[in-house]
Design a protein around this ligand. Structure first.
Ligand SMILES: Cc1cc2nc3c(=O)[nH]c(=O)nc-3n(C[C@H](O)[C@H](O)[C@H](O)COP(=O)(O)OP(=O)(O)OC[C@H]3O[C@@H](n4cnc5c(N)ncnc54)[C@H](O)[C@@H]3O)c2cc1C
Length: 410
C-alpha cells in the first residue's frame, strides 16, 4: 500500500487533473522566474520524463525556493499557451474548460496570463486487494477484484501513464470470465438471517455514532490526517517523518473511536458520513505509512531520502497488510518474489541513475537461463504460447490463447 502515485500537474489548489497530454503536445513547466526548469534536471526527457520523476523534480525545485508563492501555498506553472489557441481549442478543450471553471484563467491566453498553477498530488494507488491471476482474493474465497481496487501485479511499484485503461479492459475481460465460471460452478446459500444480522449490526453502529457522547471533532481528525499524509508520507519520505506519521495516525485512530456528532439525523448528514468513513480512511493511511516506514529502500513511486537505492537484494517482496479486529495498527507481512520463476527478471531499465540499484545476483542467472531456453525453443520451432509456458506458465482461458496471424502465429 505504500506505493502511491503522484501526478505532476493537477490544477492548484483544486486538485483537478490537467492531462499529461498537455506536456505530450509540447506544453512546459515553468518556475517563479518563468524559467523552463525540467531540462536542467532531465536533459534527455525534459518535461516528458515519467510522472514520478517529474513530480519529484517539481518538489525538488520548489524546495530550492523556485516555486510561486500564493495564498493557497507554493506551486509551479504549466504553460500550454505556447501551443496556440487553435491547437488548445481543438485538442485540449477539456483542459481549457477545467482551467476556466476552476482557476478562472484561459490557458490559451498568451504569456503568463495563460499559465496554469499546478502542484503534484496523489493520483493512483498501486496497492490493492491481493489477487491470484484469476482475480480471486488469495485469502477470501469467492471475492474477485479487478482494476484500481486490485493488486493484480500489472504495475509493480510504479504504474505508467495509460496503463489503467489497459488494466481495466484486459483484467475486466479475463477476470470477468473467471468470475462467471466461478458463479457457474459454485452455489452459495446464504440465510436471510445472516444478512439481517449484518444489516442490524450496521444500523446499530450508525445509531451508536449519533447517540455517542464523544468529544472528538471528526473534521479536526480528518484535516490532521491529511496534513500528516502530505507532510510525511508524500513524494519524499524518510524514517524520522514516517515514524512520526505512524505514531500520530495511530493516536488519531484511537481518538476516532470517541468522535462526537452534533447533528443527530440518520440521513442527509455529512458529519455522520465523515464519522463513518474517517476511521476507515485512517486505517488505510496507517497501512500506507507503516508499509513506507518498514520498507527501507526506494522503489518506483516510494522514495526514501534516507534509503535512495532500489534494493533488489533485500526488498524484492510484496507488502501484505491486514487488520485484526480491535487492533490499532495493521499487521505487516511480506510475500517474497522468486526471480528464478520470472520471464523478465528485474534489472536496470535505463530509468534513474545506474548506481542507484542494489542488484540481486539471481537476476543475471535467471536472465541467462531465459535467453538459453528461448533460443533453444525457437530453434525447435515452438510457438509463442509454448515458449511462454516453458518460461513462466500462468492460467489463461483458451480463448485468449488463439493464434494471431498479425503476431506471426502459424
Ligand atoms: C483524473 C484522472 C485521470 C486519469 N487518467 C488516466 C489516463 O489517462 N489513463 C489511464 O490509464 N488511467 C487514468 N486514470 C486512472 C484510471 O482512470 C483509473 O485507475 C481507472 O478508471 C480505475 O477503474 P476501476 O474500474 O478500477 O475503478 P473506478 O473507475 O474507480 O470504479 C469503481 C466503481 O465502484 C463504485 N463503488 C465504490 N464503492 C462502492 C460500493 N461500496 N458499492 C458499490 N459501488 C461502489 C464507484 O462508484 C465506481 O463507479 C486517471 C484517473 C484520474 C482520477
Amino acid at each position: 500500500m505504500e506505493a502511491v502515485q503522484f501526478h505532476p500537474t493537477p490544477l492548484f489548489p483544486s486538485g483537478i487533473l490537467l492531462t499529461e497530454g498537455c506536456r505530450g503536445d509540447g506544453g512546459v513547466l515553468r518556475d517563479v522566474d518563468g524559467h523552463r526548469f525540467m531540462p536542467d534536471y532531465e536533459p534527455e526527457k525534459k518535461d516528458l520524463a515519467s510522472r514520478d520523476v517529474v513530480s519529484r523534480r517539481m518538489m525538488e525545485h520548489m524546495r530550492k525556493g523556485k516555486g510561486v508563492k500564493s495564498v493557497y501555498g507554493t506551486h509551479l506553472w504549466l504553460d500550454i499557451s505556447i501551443l496556440g489557441r487553435e491547437h488548445i481549442e481543438k485538442n485540449l478543450r477539456d483542459v481549457q474548460e477545467i482551467c476556466e471553471y476552476f482557476a478562472g484563467i484561459d490557458p490559451a491566453d498568451e504569456g503568463q496570463k495563460g499559465w496554469a498553477p499546478v502542484h503534484p498530488m496523489q493520483h493512483y494507488s498501486m496497492g490493492g486487494i491481493r489477487t491470484k491471476p484469476t482475480g480471486e482474493s488469495q485469502t477470501l474465497s469467492g471475492l474477485f477484484s479487478a482494476g484500481e481496487a486490485a493488486c493484480w501485479d500489472m504495475h509493480g511499484f510504479n504504474r505508467l501513464g495509460g496503463n489503467s485503461v489497459s488494466e481495466t479492459v484486459v483484467a475486466g475481460m479475463i477476470i470477468g470470465n473467471y468470475f462467471a465460471d466461478y458463479c457457474l460452478d459454485n452455489q452459495i446459500d446464504i440465510k436471510t438471517s445472516v444478512i439481517e444480522k449484518f444489516v442490524h449490526e450496521k444500523e446499530s453502529y450508525m445509531q451508536e455514532l449519533v447517540s455517542r457522547k464523544g468529544t472528538e471533532d471528526v473534521f479536526r481528525i480528518k484535516n490532521r490526517m491529511k496534513k500528516i499524509m502530505q507532510e510525511y508520507v508524500g513524494i519524499f519520505r524518510d524514517g524520522e517523518g514516517l515514524a512520526k506519521a505512524v505514531k500520530e495516525l495511530e493516536e488519531l485512530y484511537i481518538q476516532s473511536k470517541n468522535i462526537g456528532i452534533k447533528d443527530k439525523q440518520l440521513n442527509v448528514n455529512p458529519e455522520l458520513e465523515e464519522a463513518y468513513r474517517v476511521p476507515m480512511m485512517l486505517k488505510v493511511a496507517l497501512c500506507v505509512a507503516k508499509g513506507a516506514l518498514d520498507r527501507t529502500e526506494s522503489r518506483g513511486a516510494h522514495t526514501r531520502e534516507d534509503y535512495p537505492k532500489r534494493d533488489d537484494a533485500n526488498w524484492l517482496k510484496r507488502t501484505l497488510t491486514s487488520w485484526e479486529e480491535g487492533d490499532t495498527m495493521p499487521t505487516v507481512e511480506y510475500e517474497p518474489l522468486d526471480i528464478m520463476t520470472m520471464e523478465i527478471p528485474p534489472g536496470f531499465r535505463g530509468y534513474g541513475a545506474k548506481g542507484n540499484l542494489i542488484e540481486n545476483p539471481l537476476s543475471l542467472e535467471r536472465q541467462a537461463e531465459v535467453d538459453q531456453l528461448t533460443e533453444k525453443l525457437e530453434a525447435d520451432g515452438k510457438d509463442r504460447f509454448e515458449i511462454q509456458d516453458a518460461l513462466m506458465p500462468f492460467p489463461l482461458q483458451a480463448e485468449y490463447k488463439r493464434k494471431n496471424k498479425r503476431l506471426g502465429d502459424k
